[in-house]
Design a protein. Structure first.
Length: 197
């Protein structure tokens, strides 16, 4: 399994607002790849590539359906978790990446949410949340990005009707990042050094 890190968002088009994360990403295991599997828009990847270039990091932007890097780091940009969860090509590509042992995969915002049992369409900007089945890569867990705190009321949208008690949910604030430990059977989350909260 890849090393898997989840971010609650914050490396969007204003990626320079989270310099700790950019500094970490610039020194992450090379080669460094960016992918927009949860969006058709490449602006976040292009912005990150430019900012990382200023830190002397060589970056490759991967497109959906491109080949699988066998080592290094892949940063998954945000967007709409339901797009990633419901698109068979994008979902299978992400499943392959997280299965590779020599990769570090950083899933930001919507990409983090898509990995859970349930995936939400949007969690910022006051839009209503629509949920679908997620990729189920985190055991019973579902992820809420851009959370207002650990008890954000919107977390109830991610309760899984097929799981007794609705499953487990993790609310990640913008600027918060955790590493997933214990996959696949004993999943837990450990705060990473560049997390803001």
């Amino acid at each position: 399994m890849a090393r898997l890190i989840l971010s609650g968002g914050g490396l969007g088009l204003r990626a320079d607002a989270w310099p700790e994360a950019l500094d970490w990403l610039a020194t992450a295991p090379a080669p460094l790849h960016l992918a927009s599997l949860a969006s058709h828009d490449l602006r976040q990847a292009q912005t990150l590539a430019a900012l990382l270039g200023q830190r002397n990091s060589a970056v490759e932007i991967l497109s959906p359906g491109s080949g699988d890097p066998l080592r290094g780091t892949i940063f998954l940009c945000g967007g709409d978790a339901t797009l990633l969860a419901e698109d068979p090509l994008r979902a299978s590509q992400l499943r392959r990446w997280i299965a590779l042992p020599d990769l570090t995969v950083v899933a930001d915002s919507a990409s983090a949410m898509a990995l859970g049992r349930r995936a939400a369409s949007c969690t910022c900007g006051g839009h209503p949340i629509r949920t679908v089945a997620g990729l189920g890569a985190l055991g019973e867990w579902s992820i809420l990005a851009h959370a207002e705190g650990p008890h954000d009321a919107r977390i109830t949208a991610l309760h899984d009707p097929e799981t007794p008690g609705g499953g487990a949910q993790l609310a990640l604030r913008t600027g918060e990042a955790v590493e997933v430990v214990g996959l696949p059977d004993a999943v837990r989350f450990e705060r990473v050094s560049w997390s803001r909260t």
